[in-house]
Design a protein around this ligand. Structure first.
Ligand SMILES: Cc1cc2nc3c(=O)[nH]c(=O)nc-3n(C[C@H](O)[C@H](O)[C@H](O)COP(=O)(O)O)c2cc1C
Length: 243
């Protein structure tokens, strides 16, 4: 709802202008100028508080201004996005109310078989692993800083043990083209369809330090997802085509 300067608010569909308020206030009564001014000041203060409250609700609440982004216009700082900001991987079916999320810090965006794609790696011990094997689609979501605690919860607790999504205060929403949900609070939602998987083969590690990541020998399963849709806030988008 847009609130302009000359309109204080709306009441039963009528714009609440200064003249309207004064005429209603004076109907059938005589009030002096100072009484009228005091009443109007109170009304304006009330209206101003309502505006602030509305803004706070939007800022701290669930409305994030995401727009669809074409893959050619998609801008990210790849390393920062994965390893500093983190992403939340969600897989399942929103309509069936069957899905799970986990935080991911390792992965990539790029091109494979001429398709825009993202790669994620999921250990077999994760509950999300079961969903990734059962369902065809997944989403990757990035969140504004104020939701850092939420991504920590999603990345340290298991969906096997309780409803960590509610605990994190995140709101699942239907995606635009895939069955897996995104989140209302996300500043970036990438919708993907699985197109390949493969298990990491420790015999193929060419750098001996890699093995240190697997004391439990729970080698990741790699999933490639074709990117079908992206929506995000303005910093994720550019009209400029990269050569
Ligand atoms: C910052 C961060 C990054 C993570 N990256 C990955 C990852 O890329 N792959 C993975 O298998 N687990 C990763 N995890 C661990 C899972 O998110 C975590 O084990 C989660 O609780 C699994 O939840 P689930 O059992 O509900 O699937 C990461 C955790 C954090 C906090």
């Amino acid at each position: 709802m847009e609130i302009t300067n000359n309109v204080t608010g709306f009441m039963i569909g009528k714009p609440l202008t200064h003249n309207y308020i004064t005429s209603q206030f004076n109907r059938g009564r005589q009030y002096n100028i100072s009484q009228q001014r005091r009443f109007l000041t109170m009304l304006y203060m009330l209206s101003f508080s309502c505006k602030l409250l509305l803004k706070d609700t939007i800022r701290g609440g669930k409305t994030v201004n995401r727009e669809p982004i074409a893959f050619d216009s998609f801008i990210i700082q790849a390393h920062t996005l994965w390893s500093k900001k983190w992403l939340v991987l969600t897989c399942g079916d929103f309509k069936e109310k069957t899905f799970n999320s986990m935080t991911v810090g390792w992965g990539s965006f790029g091109v494979m078989w001429n398709k825009p794609f993202a790669q994620v790696v999921v250990r077999p011990t994760r509950y999300t692993y079961e969903f990734m094997n059962r369902f065809d689609t997944f989403t990757l979501c990035a969140f504004p800083r104020e939701h850092r605690k939420a991504t920590q919860i999603i990345g340290t607790k298991s969906g096997r043990d309780g409803d960590k999504i509610s605990e994190a205060g995140l709101t699942p929403i239907a995606s635009s083209v895939v069955a897996s949900p995104g989140f209302a609070e996300a500043e970036l939602i990438v919708e993907l369809k699985k197109m390949y998987f493969s298990d990491l083969e420790p015999g193929h590690f060419l750098d001996e330090t890699i093995e240190k990541n697997y004391p439990l020998k729970d080698y990741h399963r790699v999933f490639f997802g074709e990117i079908l849709a992206i929506s995000g806030t303005q910093p994720y988008s550019s009209a400029t085509m990269h050569p």
